[in-house]
Write a protein that binds this ligand. Structure first.
Ligand SMILES: [Zn+2]
Length: 269
């Protein structure tokens, strides 16, 4: 990932998605907004207890920096499941200005309609951005441990294949900043769920000598994409841990739950 300042707002970009003229994408940070602690400062989430007027100002700040009208954004009510919503023109603007109109109960969205900016929000969960170079289709997904166990990344690829006839060879994926294997300690109840989902393969769980378990969300999601047929060379992992980098990105764990959300967005021009 590389950092650029747009209209003096720091934003991050995945290198494998940058320089494709057909799309805009971004990863926002917590820097440059209006919200007060514990949402300081560029909180984009209406659902976390922050003052909605400040959230709106933050979103306008992002929209201005990206030169994408806020009316063109779409967000979802993310619920850690594996539904994938297919977004069409008439849904444009849902969840852009408030939480009530956000697309209900979905953690992934795909579209082939231009000028719709799909955005997922997170603080430690993995944001995934998808772009099919040939079919000109985009997608976003949000995966914490639950979404990972429920294979939301894989379902997103499935919908891209089934609804848009995408070939996995043509799909680029960016895995954005999220809590890393350095910091993502999981409890025994989560270990059980992950073991069940991954048939006891412990590739993505690191057990330390003192019996603690750390989950590698980045690689577990990458594995799902590779299993869906996406070549490894098409996948970029940001390798930025939100917990380690909590001054830059919101971290739910680091802030002991009460915090803001940063955004990951993509739009076809
Ligand atoms: Zn870390």
């Amino acid at each position: 990932m590389i950092e650029r300042h747009l209209n003096s707002l720091p934003l991050w970009f995945l290198e494998n998605l940058l320089n494709h003229r057909e799309i805009y994408h971004f990863i926002s940070t917590r820097v440059g907004g209006f919200s007060n602690p514990p949402y300081d400062s560029l909180n984009l989430g209406f659902h976390v207890g922050d003052n909605p007027e400040l959230v709106l100002k933050n979103r306008e700040r992002l929209a201005t920096a990206m030169k994408i009208p806020l009316d063109n954004f779409i967000t979802a009510r993310q619920v850690h499941n594996s539904n994938v919503a297919v977004i069409t023109e008439e849904l444009k603007g849902r969840g852009a200005f408030n939480f009530d109109t956000a697309i209900s109960a979905t953690d992934a969205m795909v579209t082939d309609t231009p000028n719709i900016c799909l955005m997922v929000l997170q603080a430690d969960c993995v944001p995934l951005l998808f772009f099919d170079l040939k079919k000109k289709v985009i997608g976003v997904a949000h995966a914490g441990w639950k979404g990972t166990v429920r294979v939301v990344a894989q379902n997103t690829v499935k919908v891209l294949k089934e609804k848009f006839n995408c070939s996995p060879d043509d799909i680029l994926v960016g895995i954005g900043p999220a809590i890393g294997p350095c910091c993502y300690e999981i409890g025994p109840e989560v270990v059980i769920q992950i073991d069940k989902a991954f048939h006891n393969k412990r590739e993505y769980i690191n057990e330390t000598s003192d019996g603690k378990h750390y989950f590698n969300l980045w690689e577990a999601n990458k594995m799902q994409l590779v299993q869906s047929g996406i070549p490894e060379k098409n996948i970029e992992i940001a390798k930025i841990c939100t917990y380690c980098n909590h001054p830059v990105f919101f971290s739910y764990r680091h802030q002991q739950r009460e915090t803001g959300r940063f955004g990951a967005g993509i739009m076809l021009k």
